[in-house]
Design a protein around this ligand. Structure first.
Ligand code: DC
Length: 204
């Protein structure tokens, strides 16, 4: 099979990452969490680098290591993501990844709209604000005992507002995206819904 792209977009903590990972494992596709590119750029900026130079210099080892998942790095990621030159620096890598011959799943904010407008499948994953905050709190609190649910709610609200309001590649569903609301779904059910959608497109 040559090139089958699944684009998964949505706001923070809606379940995109888990769905993308599981779907990639199910179909044997490669998976790219594109938020990591912005987080790695944001981490370099927190260390004092210029955002555009940081994005242009990004290397594979930047996508590993401590702290990429922290709230501080998430905010920095959301800020650098509003800079058009940062997005431009990261675009080609994502497009090449999307056309890997064995199939690819990319999750982010602008995959279906900007990076891969011709993706074979586009999903837009959402969940209520409360459910998203609760999920992210459960994920982060074991490593951050001082973290409060209110802090997580504020972080998500600030990022979503910034990500949706920016001029370049804002967070929004592609016109042909299939909406997947995970508010009432467990992980297995959400993954099953995504797998069913992708299987139908592959068959048809
Ligand atoms: O998916 P995430 O929470 O790891 O993403 C961190 C930030 O990166 C997010 O707030 C906005 C930005 N981002 C983006 O602008 N475009 C993407 N395709 C992925 C992430």
């Amino acid at each position: 099979m040559s090139g089958f792209t699944v684009a998964i977009d949505g706001p923070a903590a809606a379940g995109k990452g888990t769905i993308a990972r599981e779907v990639a494992a199910h179909f044997g596709f490669a998976h790219l969490d594109t938020g990591l590119l912005y987080r790695a750029t944001g981490r370099r900026v927190l260390a004092g680098e210029d955002p555009i130079a940081a994005a242009q210099a990004l290397a594979p080892q930047d996508l590993q290591g401590e702290g990429l998942r922290s709230g501080e790095v998430a905010q920095a990621a959301s800020k650098v993501a509003a800079i058009p030159e940062v997005r431009a620096a990261l675009l080609e890598f994502q497009r090449r990844f999307a056309r890997l011959p064995g199939g690819a799943v990319l999750d982010g904010r602008d995959i279906g709209t900007v990076i891969c407008p011709d993706a074979e499948v586009k999903l837009f994953v959402t969940a209520s604000d409360d459910v998203r905050a609760a999920r992210r709190f459960l994920e982060l609190s074991p490593k951050n005992p001082d973290l409060t649910l209110e802090q997580v709610q504020a972080d998500l609200a600030a990022r979503d507002a910034r990500d949706a309001a920016r001029d370049t590649a804002p967070l929004k569903p592609a016109e042909d995206a299939v909406m997947l609301d995970t508010t009432e779904l467990g992980i297995d059910e959400a993954v099953a819904a995504a797998v069913a959608e992708i299987s139908a497109r592959r068959a048809g």
